[in-house]
Design a protein around this ligand. Sequence first.
Ligand SMILES: [Mg+2]
Length: 276
Amino acid sequence: MGNHAALIPPLRRGPATAARPLREGLAEIAERLSAAGNVAVLLDFDGTLAPIAPAPDLARLEPAMRATLLSLSEMPRVLVAIVSGRALEDVRERVGVAGLIYAGCHGLAISGRGLEFVEPEAQRRELALRLLSEQLAARLEPVSGVLVENKGMGISVHYRRVAAQDRQEVAQAVRMLTSQWGERIRVRRGRQVWEISPAVDWHKGRAAQWILRHAAGPDALSIFIGDDLTDEDAFCALRDGITIKVGDAAGSAAEWSVTGPAEVGAFLLWLRSRLE
Ligand SMILES: [Mg+2]
């Protein structure tokens, strides 16, 4: 890199690359829906279907949202999949709708509608991740408000409840302990969380493509909605479909944007009415 890197101007992020408000796209989306066969609706959970909670365990799906997901999934040409950073069992219980496909740990584990998938390389690193999770928990024990969550094929270090002056310490511990594992693991920053995962060639985008291929048919129109950095992989992978960013639209690879879970719920109701 060196001098070469210095010659490349920084990536401009701003209005030029921002997702546009979804309400401006509804007419176009309605046209695509009427031309489509099967429709696959792929949804993130936290910050997308459910508001971000002060602690991950407090995130709840509104009954109205659950009813909307159920009614969508019962439509003959609609497939609904939840693609979350949470552990598979966790997100399945939290959503609590049978007949959906669930993908946990950013897609490393997928289950539902007769499909089962586990990314084999990630599974082989579960023991190493458990060890790392124990090291992190021990190292961060004195920091008030931090939560180290071992999800099997991933670790989340939540710092939403950590005081501002202690957050540097969390970042340092994550950096120090994860660096010992070299290139075998990957660290990414989400919304008030460090996401540690096995460095495998798999992410929400690959998982979404896998679900489309196995459950929705080759000509299905995909709709992906998500709010976080890891959802950008899916926006990039599903460029032929409809992509919707929840929250800050600037710099997102998604085509459209909404403000929060309430608008996601309204869009899903609108979608149902268009597919009837
Ligand atoms: Mg999210």
